[in-house]
Design a protein around this ligand. Structure first.
Ligand SMILES: [Zn+2]
Length: 331
């Protein structure tokens, strides 16, 4: 597969390899009269650096022609190479992120003293057995190394208009997948750089993590609702194929979560943990420990929305236990 492809006038998609099941992250190069903007960066691994260097060589872009780096969110596959790119370009190329994402990047990746404890505490409070938590420290260390060096970040407020790729893009706050994710919409040619908020073939991960604000799924569904008001003819996502039918995909994602909410809500019988519900939906024995945690985070995000909707309630007894809200009166 080509690693650098023209996807719209003045916009190139750069596909960087990832050492995960999610094999590729899509980043973008946007051409302006005075230079180029990079949107999202990849993980800092030599494989990613080589792809950026050859994409730039192919388009005859010198490092100094890159005038700006914009990041949709702080996840390592989007943020990880930004520091290296900042260095490689001019050393002073601004790296833009929303204030909330910048805060998350420094909290999660920036503190070498932040061990796996917050994550272990969250997952054990949702019933994940200790032996399933063990590989976490190694994995976090590995991810953190692929986000170094950290860029010097400039805040980009939601609502700002950015001129890139010969267009005016509105920076739109799109939480849920990450608390402060920004997506970039160009009304003139109905194009959106949608980060990981809307993907096809896979559903974006919506999970409760130690650093998450409450009810990520509720905020995600509200965001989808707001994004459905946009007139979009082409979505440029962070992973997977281009999105040509925006409204249909939004409706499918909403439907997916409505079904999951129903399914998970129905699995709450008596008092159960998020882990117990999750293992009935996902086959934990077939998942790596990393994938299992994503499955639990996703389960808990659904259960928390059902609590917010007062369909479930939860109690704490060393672990969080979910109950039907009206179970007691039904007998
Ligand atoms: Zn991603």
């Amino acid at each position: 597969m080509e690693s650098c492809v023209n996807v719209a006038p003045g916009i190139y998609q750069v596909r960087l390899p990832l050492p995960f099941a999610l094999r590729i992250v899509n980043c973008y190069l946007l051409q302006d009269d005075t230079g180029w903007t990079i949107v999202d960066s990849g993980l800092n691994r030599s494989e990613s650096q080589v792809v950026w260097q050859s994409a730039c060589a192919m388009l005859q872009i010198r490092p100094a022609d890159i005038t700006r780096i914009v990041l949709t969110h702080f996840h390592p596959d989007h943020y990880g190479l930004a520091g290296w790119l900042q260095e490689w370009t001019s050393g002073e190329t601004p790296v833009y992120m929303s204030p909330r994402e910048a805060e998350l990047a420094s909290e999660v990746w920036g503190r070498a003293d932040r061990g796996p404890e917050p994550m272990a505490a969250l997952f054990s409070s949702h019933g994940v057995p200790k032996e399933r938590l063990e590989s976490m420290a190694v994995e976090l260390g590995r991810l953190r190394r692929m986000t170094l060096p950290h860029p010097c970040v400039t805040h980009l407020e939601p609502g700002t208009t950015l001129h890139m790729g010969g267009r005016a893009f509105q920076a739109i706050y799109a939480p849920g997948h990450s608390d402060g994710q920004l997506v970039f919409y160009s009304p003139d040619d109905r194009l959106i750089l949608c980060g990981d908020q809307v993907l096809i073939k896979i559903t974006p991960h919506i999970g409760l993590w130690p650093e998450s604000e409450p009810d990520p799924l509720g905020r995600y569904l509200n965001s989808l609702h707001a994004l459905a008001d946009l007139d979009v003819q082409l979505g440029l996502p962070g992973h997977g194929p281009l999105i040509h039918d925006w409204q249909t995909r939004l409706a499918e994602l909403e439907h997916h979560h409505a079904l999951r909410l129903e399914q998970m809500g129905a699995l709450v019988r008596g008092g159960v943990t998020g882990y117990t519900v999750g293992r009935q939906v996902f086959d934990f024995d077939k998942l790596t420990p990393h994938e299992m945690r994503f499955a639990v985070a996703e389960t808990v995000a659904h259960l928390e929305l059902l609590v917010a909707r007062e369909r479930l309630r939860r109690t704490y007894d060393g672990v969080w236990i979910y109950h039907q809200a009206v179970e007691d009166t039904r007998g």
